[in-house]
Design a protein around this ligand. Structure first.
Ligand code: Z15
Length: 828
């Protein structure tokens, strides 16, 4: 008979106890047990939060046996797994997702009803964990959902920020940031494991010592913090699998405290505590514009060192360290976790006493790197000064990696000093610093971009020398989104319609949406599809009214631009379109009655230190208040900017949209993922040939996509020729009138100074060529208006967008990573 590893003799201890019965009755019992025994309250005296917690705990209870079983099987069979290293996970609410994954939706709804509880009220109680800024963090959340659904062993490692992305409010149209205290009422989804804490070292110095005749270097750290893991379940969709997301929280170490406490300096000890806990205090709110702050580097090293240490201790255990590449691939989500490369080298060389070359062979196999940008200002560099102060041993290791690498470059390309300088991991100007993307590229077994165009530009423009030096290292994996959250949960109406038409199975095999193509020709299906869209608009209106007091007009086209506020994304182009339409009405050149009624919805947060982005937010709000209030517009144009756009709001807005704005300057948006969510929810895209737009257009066809603007090569040519935005201003009457109206103070109570910096930036700098693409954009918007007038044709196009975008499932992205980068088969 099997024996329990701990020698337990009770037969019930041999395996985890089974969960509650899969019935309404079983659910109710477990719910009440949790309410009474975990929350310590009777139903009659429970708060909404009590009931929400008890409900969440009940869902957890159903998933628990599977989680334990998956962990047991992984310990037993030792498969190769993915350790996804990401500083951000923009998870969104968990309750509905976990109900869906566990197949408990109907049972839970009925069970709550029997207890007199409105399950929608429970949903609304959850504060979403906003532990990410935008696309990069949401991508990580989609990827771990797909890996669980595909039964691939995975741990997502990251940081449990006490404060996630700030809550955005508007005061007089201007962004004001509030702290996101998402943990105030607690979170029922996390499992803290203080006993699993890992100690992370910082600072100090290195010293050499004699190791049996060889001189070696070692690190004498200056201070430590404890990293406490919090585990979250990541359930696969209806497959009985549960993976783990492990987020680290920083606390002071006992040793640190004790030493200071013993010295009698209580205040200093408390300060030390606060200092340590600062590390996981708050998410940095910059998206694609790193600030080079010391605390940020502390965060990066903190979570990466804890994660590697955790993997080695809990998963590799006593197995031969040389087998590490058979057991794990560490995927670097952008440069944020790249300090993991010298960290693994340090562990292998200094702690496990491997020879340098053997350690490097292992390290190279264990990492792969995803680049998410092309913007030069987004490519992280750390000053040698700062890095050497915080992580002196790592700096030494980076220098050695670089020396060895540059030796190889010399061997291959000769003493081409220019090339050596260009490829060096260490840059000398404007100050000596470490280029983290280069370090990742040298170390990674593969380097990937996130859409075809982006990967090609990465190879040809950003890292051409590396591409030449490392043939076969560079590859593309086009991003994707999870259809569970962004179609099934966000758009239940459409999901039902799809299932009625093509049956089940498409949610885990999204290419099956192709079977919808023939339905695009079916008038009944088109009518039903149109009705779903209309119902989604009504649902959005309810949310916007409740949340922000907005009144939305019926019969409008819903034109949506939701994404971080960044100049390269060109929210200003959208503003100029609105102002152009407004100006054409108020000047009497166009009858309001001849304008296609549109509601423009914006959602965007600006990094708190990004002055121009904040000014653009102010302008959008200012244009909105003027346009919305002007009777001459006759209500045919409406601008709505709900504050605090987040995953929860995205799930309402996207399914209601008619038109998706994807209007970045070609070559600047690495991929975009919002673009995929809109297309899969039946919005048509107006977009440039940028990022994944290119692939969306190829799939849906030119007839079902509104393309405008310069291509990436045309952008390059115009730059090379000497771009003069003022020439475009002079040459286009509409553009001039729109810009002049903004400059006149029409949207700022006559105060010309408020938006002057925006206008002069566009006229005399315009890095992202808004003015150059304006006329093409306005022409494309006219095509949109014409197309929308033919409801039947529009709906047909919308259906074809859904039918042809199955490629953008994050399951497909994961399959690409698995086949071409990770080589981690599913655990069947
Ligand atoms: C971020 O959200 C993205 C790139 C970055 O370098 C940083 Cl720091 C944050 C975005 C890209 O801008 C977007 O195009 C892409 O779809 C997303 O990452 C996921 O790859």
């Amino acid at each position: 008979p099997a024996t329990h590893p701990l020698g337990a003799t009770h037969p019930l201890a041999l395996a985890p106890v089974t969960g509650p019965a899969s019935s309404v009755d079983g659910f109710v019992r477990q719910f009440l047990r949790n309410l009474n025994y975990e929350r310590g309250v009777p139903l009659s005296a429970s708060s909404v939060n009590d009931r929400y917690f008890a409900l969440a705990m009940t869902v957890r209870d159903y998933l628990m046996a599977r989680w334990l079983e998956d962990l047991r099987r992984q310990r037993e069979t030792k498969p190769k797994g993915v350790c996804y290293l990401s500083a951000e996970y923009l998870l969104g609410r968990q309750l509905d997702n976990n109900l869906l994954a566990s197949g408990l939706g109907e049972i839970a709804t009925e069970a709550m009803a029997q207890c007199g509880i409105d399950i929608d009220e429970m949903r609304a109680q959850e504060v979403e964990p906003g532990l990410g800024n935008g696309g990069l963090g949401r991508l990580a959340a989609c990827f771990i959902d797909s890996l669980a659904t595909m039964s691939v062993p995975n741990v997502g490692y990251g940081i449990r920020y006490e404060y996630g992305i700030f809550r955005q409010t508007f005061v007089d149209g201007q962004q004001v940031e509030q702290p996101d205290a998402w943990l105030t009422l607690g979170s029922p989804w996390e499992f803290p494991h203080p006993e699993g804490a890992r100690k992370v070292a910082f600072g100090g110095h290195t010293e050499t010592y004699d190791d049996g005749g060889v001189t070696r270097s070692r690190w004498v750290p200056g201070w430590h913090v404890q990293a406490v893991p919090y585990n979250y379940m990541v359930p696969g969709y209806l497959n009985g699998r549960v993976n783990t997301l492990r987020l680290w929280s920083a606390v002071a170490t006992d040793a640190f405290d004790l030493r200071i406490f013993n010295s009698g300096d209580y205040e200093e000890a408390v300060r030390a505590q606060t200092f340590a806990e600062n590390i996981s205090k708050v998410l940095y709110p910059e998206d694609s514009t790193p600030q080079g702050k010391e605390l940020r580097l502390q965060q990066q090293y903190f979570f990466v060192a804890a994660s590697i240490s955790d993997f080695l201790a809990t998963t590799l255990g006593d197995d031969d360290i040389a087998t590490l590449p058979d057991r794990v691939i560490f995927q670097l989500n952008d440069t944020h976790p790249v300090i993991a490369v010298p960290e693994l080298m340090r562990v292998l060389v200094d702690e496990r006493h491997l020879e340098w070359d053997a350690a490097w062979e292992i390290t190279k196999q264990c990492f792969a790197y995803t680049c998410h940008t092309l913007l030069p200002e987004a490519l992280e560099v750390w000053s040698v000064d700062l890095l050497g102060r915080l992580l002196p041993r790592h700096l030494e290791i980076i220098y050695r990696i670089n020396d060895d690498f540059l030796d190889e470059v010399r061997e291959r390309f000769g003493d081409d000093e220019m090339r050596i300088r260009n490829m060096s991991i260490i840059s000398e100007f404007p100050e000596r610093s470490v280029r983290m993307a280069y370090l990742a590229t040298v170390a990674g077994s593969k380097v990937n971009g996130v859409a075809e165009l982006h990967s090609q530009l990465l190879r040809d423009k950003v890292l051409p020398d590396f591409n030449e030096f490392f043939p076969g290292k560079f590859t593309n994996v086009t991003n994707g989104i999870t259809p569970r959250r962004f179609v099934r949960l966000a758009n239940p109406g459409l999901s039902e319609l799809i299932t009625e038409a093509i049956g089940t199975g498409w949610l885990t095999d999204l290419e099956r949406l192709r079977e919808l193509e023939s339905y695009a020709e079916n008038p009944d299906f088109r009518a039903a599809f149109g009705e779903v869209k209309a119902a989604n608009k009504r649902r959005l209106n309810e949310v916007l009214f409740e949340r922000d007091g907005f009144e939305v007009s019926d019969g409008h086209m819903l034109d949506v631009m939701v994404k971080r506020l960044h100049e390269y994304k060109r929210q200003m182009l959208k503003v100029l379109h609105i102002v152009t339409q407004y100006e054409s009405i108020t000047s009497g050149r166009v009858e309001a009655a001849d304008i296609q009624p549109r509601t423009f919805i914006f959602g965007a947060k600006a990094a708190p230190g990004y002055a121009m982005a904040k000014r653009i937010i102010h302008l959008v709000n200012a244009v909105g208040s003027v346009v919305n209030a002007d009777p001459r517009v006759e209500g045919r144009l409406k601008v709505l900017f709900p504050p605090n756009y987040n995953v929860t709001l995205a799930e309402r807005v996207i399914p209601a949209a008619d038109l998706s704005e994807q209007i970045s300057l070609a070559g600047k948006e690495a991929s975009g993922t919002g673009n995929m969510k809109f297309a899969l929810n039946g919005a048509l895209t107006i977009g440039t040939d940028d990022g994944a737009n290119v692939e969306i257009r190829e799939l849906v066809g030119d007839d079902n996509f509104f393309l405008f603007g310069m291509s990436e090569p045309q952008v390059e040519d115009l730059w090379a020729a000497g771009y003069k935005p003022a020439d475009f201003y002079q040459a286009d009457d509409n553009l001039r009138r729109a810009m002049d109206l903004i400059a006149s103070g029409a949207f700022s109570d006559g105060d010309k100074s408020v938006f002057e910096p925006i206008v002069s930036n566009l006229l005399y700098d315009d890095r992202f060529m808004v003015l150059a693409d304006y006329s093409s954009y306005i022409a494309a918007q006219a095509r949109v208006d014409a197309a929308y007038a033919d409801t039947d044709a529009w709906t047909r196009s919308a259906i074809l967008n859904v039918a042809r975008c199955g490629f953008f499932s994050s399951d497909r992205s994961m399959r690409d990573y698995i086949d071409r980068i990770w080589h981690t088969p599913p655990m069947l």
